[in-house]
Design a protein around this ligand. Structure first.
Ligand SMILES: Cc1cc2nc3c(=O)[nH]c(=O)nc-3n(C[C@H](O)[C@H](O)[C@H](O)COP(=O)(O)OP(=O)(O)OC[C@H]3O[C@@H](n4cnc5c(N)ncnc54)[C@H](O)[C@@H]3O)c2cc1C
Length: 493
């Protein structure tokens, strides 16, 4: 089986297939997790919003997966308490949310953090100091979990490889044609500019936002963009995650070690797919919602440590509108042996892998073992947890060596962004990048010129005039990015 796309969906399919004994290959055109799967809100969640829409089965499914991930990847699933302040006449009455979170408990189970509940105004202000008191009626609290999206991809892929899969980054599918009962896939190794042909009985199109552009794909997508900002926690000292309601939409304030993640937005997007830009309007919008929620914070763009921007690949109906199943996933065999797998979310990726491999095994009429991904830890004991977690590991030559030797890091941003998250966590980016580049050069035998090229590429990527707030996606590497017009709104995940 050949899987196209090294995001969370492709990784989940690869792990499941390899564990059942299928000969499995995966190719990723850029770095693993460089698409949407390193640009999310980093939550494992049942989707409390969907309860308001009466989509109980969707919440039930995601909640089960959330609990399973706590078992198989505890280093990437930290329970997190959310406080959702309620206000007079803002469409989110406390009694209604109170019923919702109790139902959420029933579906998700009451985890380590205890059950959900409601609070009065005094308790809310004690829990969330600095909160805007205008028309405040109290709050509800509930539990989800924090993860690290790109680490979840990488650890899942590492597991797939330990079970026999082959995974290559910087290899792009150019074309695929049916030849009898095989698919002839033309691949380009982008680092060596060489062409290769691979034949597979099944091809899985797991290319997320790119999936309607793949040859043979019958997927129809509507893309929306979601932006996140990172600030110092000293600027907004929250102990719990806070949900800020803005009309019918919500925005999260998520504590992340010494930083806080703010997001997200939700705007239709028609621009280039690589590195979608994070515009001034996106930043202004998020800061405005957070400053409304915490008036004393007075956050400005100068407070930004980092930003990222990602695309939601929502499954669309024939008219281009997000379909009813847009928040679930879709697994379809569009041609014999060609599978389009789209939609879903990080939280449900394991289930998507299981359902995809079940369908393929059935189609191939193979005898394969049962799915074991729900009960087998992603990281075997003794393997590399030191360099994987929700918070970035300490900056060290040992971590860089591990990422280069074991996790196929090839460019500076592979280490800085997706393997370590150092780019989103630390100030003094170019100084840090210079050290990391030196350590990578020793590992990958870069010349001085190559090291300098990597530093320039990284500086461009982070939009990096030092001293300005650097942003992922402001200066797309290919230089042709532009944002779709439209009002910014806060977002769904
Ligand atoms: C703003 C935002 C916040 C979110 N927050 C959450 C959250 O908190 N919790 C949650 O559960 N979910 C969340 N999601 C949803 C989740 O992030 C996505 O559903 C998921 O990451 C999609 O993964 P994917 O593998 O389908 O796509 P991607 O991660 O985009 O992977 C597709 C890959 O295919 C590669 N590719 C494309 N073309 C080719 C080719 N020709 N050859 C080889 N490779 C190719 C791309 O380079 C890319 O890496 C969020 C999404 C967004 C946008």
């Amino acid at each position: 089986m050949l899987i196209i796309g090294g995001g969370i969906v492709g990784s989940g399919v690869a792990r499941d297939a390899a564990m059942r004994g299928l000969r499995t290959g995966l190719v990723e055109q850029h770095d693993f997790a460089s698409g949407t799967s390193s640009r999310s809100s980093r939550l494992l969640h049942g989707g409390i919003r969907y309860l308001a829409q009466g989509r109980v089965s969707l919440v039930w499914e995601a909640s089960k997966e959330k609990s399973l991930l706590r078992e198989i990847a505890p280093h990437l699933a930290d329970p997190l308490e959310f406080v959702f302040p309620t206000r007079k006449a803002n469409g989110w009455p406390r009694w209604k949310l109170g019923v919702g979170v109790k139902l959420y408990d029933l579906l998700c189970g009451v985890g380590k953090g205890g059950g959900s509940g409601s609070m009065g105004v005094a308790e809310t202000l004690r829990r969330v100091p600095g909160l805007n008191q205008t028309e405040l009626t109290g709050a509800v609290r509930y539990h989800d979990a924090l993860t690290n999206d790109s680490r979840l991809v990488l650890d899942t892929l590492n597991s797939a490889v330990r079970h026999g899969a082959i995974a290559c980054n910087y290899v792009k599918l150019l074309d695929a044609t049916a030849e009898g009962d095989l698919w002839r896939c033309e691949l380009e190794d982008l680092r060596t500019a060489t062409l290769h042909v691979v034949k597979a009985r099944s091809v899985v199109n797991a290319t997320g936002p790119w999936s309607d552009r793949m040859p043979n794909s019958e997927t129809s997508l509507r893309l929306t963009k979601g932006v996140h900002l990172v600030i110092d926690r000293s600027r907004l000292p929250v102990d719990d995650a806070v949900v800020l309601a803005e009309g019918s939409r919500i925005l999260f304030v998520i504590p992340w070690g010494e930083r806080v993640i703010l997001g997200t937005t939700d705007t239709d997007y028609h621009g280039p797919l690589d590195n979608p830009p994070c515009d001034d309007a996106d930043i202004a919008y998020i800061l405005q919602v957070v400053n409304d929620g915490f008036p004393a914070a007075k956050l400005t763009p100068k407070d930004l440590v980092s930003t990222w921007s990602g695309l939601r690949p929502l499954v669309a109906d024939k008219n281009g509108n997000p379909s009813d199943i847009s928040r679930r996933h879709k697994i379809a065999m569009s041609h014999a042996g060609w599978w389009d797998v789209t939609g879903g979310k990080l939280t449900t990726y394991r289930l998507m892998g299981e359902e995809t491999v079940d369908a393929i095994v059935k189609f191939l009429g193979m005898k394969a073992g049962p799915c074991r991904t729900a009960s087998t830890p992603i990281v075997e004991s003794g393997h590399a947890e030191a360099f994987s977690g929700i918070l970035p590991p300490p900056v060290s030559a040992a971590a860089v060596a591990h990422y280069c030797r074991v996790e196929s890091a090839r460019h500076l941003d592979d280490v800085m962004i997706r393997r370590s998250s150092w780019r989103h966590y630390h100030h003094n980016q170019m100084e840090l990048a210079a050290n990391v580049a030196r350590w990578m050069a020793a590992e990958l035998k870069w010349t001085d010129a190559e090291t300098e090229t990597e530093l320039q590429r990284y500086r461009r990527l982070i939009g990096g005039v030092e001293g300005a707030a650097p942003r992922i996606g402001v200066a797309p590497v290919n230089g042709n990015g532009h944002a779709a017009a439209g009002a910014v709104r806060s977002g769904a995940i």
